[in-house]
Design a protein around this ligand. Structure first.
Ligand code: AVJ
Length: 320
């Protein structure tokens, strides 16, 4: 193109660095050992997650992309031309492009904790969409935050794809939605992707793929601990387990100790029993009604929901 390339404006809120060592050591010391799923995403983990999104069994990504392609124009009408588009996490460059192809916002504000990734994708977007003012905000979007000067009084459209909301406990999800409501303000709306409850066999297949990519993604957490926190996990001593917990409405991922063993991390010693698990992720699934209830309790009004013919995945538009 012969248009002047637009540079994104970069707002660095200097988010607190993640406390990987503290979180791992305290999580390993718990009765039910657990590590937060945000630590999956080092370089290898991010590459494995991209591979998961392409797996035949992993339906969420392709189904949500299909919904954005099919209904993008309708979604754009709800958000409104000329509004300020705020994305929570700038992980998926394809999804935001599908939305930007249907909608011309006055500005696009991606919020992400990963400075380098945020900056690179913001530069690409600013170049591809020269009519959109890109303001990249390096911040932890799970913490309270205030948008840069100039965006306060204007109606905003939030975008939170990928069913990332499923990683929160329901109480945390509600609190997070309340924060988003405060950030966006009255007259605004939120477009959010939410994975649906479905036949257990489909859920189990999506998290136990036949190529063992999800297993590698799960086990990579131990590799990362070994490398970054002076750990000595024997990766062959643990196996991937994913199961649907119907009572809680979530897929759980664990790493199961194949034998009685002793592991050292940062000079701390942890004894695993045979069969004992390290809980690494919850991925909550919601019916449309359950999610609308949750959103309403956080102050949103459900306006519209789009689903695929098999009812695998939902995209909700909620207003304030
Ligand atoms: C990125 C949290 C939406 O829960 O499906 C994929 C992560 N874990 N396979 C999900 C994940 C195992 C994913 N989320």
């Amino acid at each position: 193109s012969n248009q002047t390339p637009r540079e994104p404006v970069f707002h660095d809120y200097r988010p607190e660095p993640a406390r990987f060592r503290e979180d791992v050591l305290s999580g390993l010391a718990k009765n039910q050992r657990r590590i937060p799923p945000k630590y999956f995403y080092d370089r290898t983990g991010s590459r494995l997650f991209d591979a998961i999104c392409q797996l035949p069994e992993y339906y969420p990504t392709r189904t949500e992309i299909g919904l954005l392609k099919q209904y993008g124009a309708e979604m754009a009408e709800y958000i409104g031309e000329g509004s300020v588009l705020v994305e929570f996490g700038s992980g998926s460059s394809l999804k935001i492009r599908l939305l930007l192809n249907a909608l011309q916002p006055a500005a696009y504000l991606p919020i992400d904790i990963s400075r380098e990734h945020l900056f690179n994708s913001a530069r690409e977007l600013a170049e591809e969409y020269p009519l959109v003012a890109v303001h990249a905000i390096c911040a932890d979007y799970t913490r309270p935050l205030v948008l840069p000067e100039g965006f306060a009084g204007r109606p905003k459209g939030g975008f939170f794809p990928g069913s990332s909301i499923g990683n929160f406990e329901p109480g945390e999800a509600r609190q997070f939605l309340e924060r988003i409501a405060t950030l966006l303000g009255a007259g605004s709306g939120l477009l959010i992707g939410v994975d649906l409850k479905k036949e257990v066999a489909l859920l189990n297949a999506a998290y136990n793929d036949s190529q063992d990519i999800t297993a590698a993604f799960n086990l990579n957490l131990l590799q990362r601990i070994n490398r970054e926190l002076e750990g000595n996990f024997d990766l062959a001593g643990f196996e991937h387990r994913a199961l649907y917990n119907a009572a809680e409405g979530r897929v759980e991922m664990h790493l199961v100790s194949r034998k009685e063993q002793v592991v050292t991390v940062s000079d701390q010693v942890f004894e695993f029993q045979a069969g004992e698990t390290l809980h690494t992720e919850n991925s909550y699934k919601y019916t449309i009604e359950e999610f609308q209830q949750l959103a309403s309790s956080a102050g949103f009004q459900p306006q519209r929901v789009w689903t695929d013919p098999q009812d695998l995945f939902s995209v909700h538009y909620l207003s304030l």
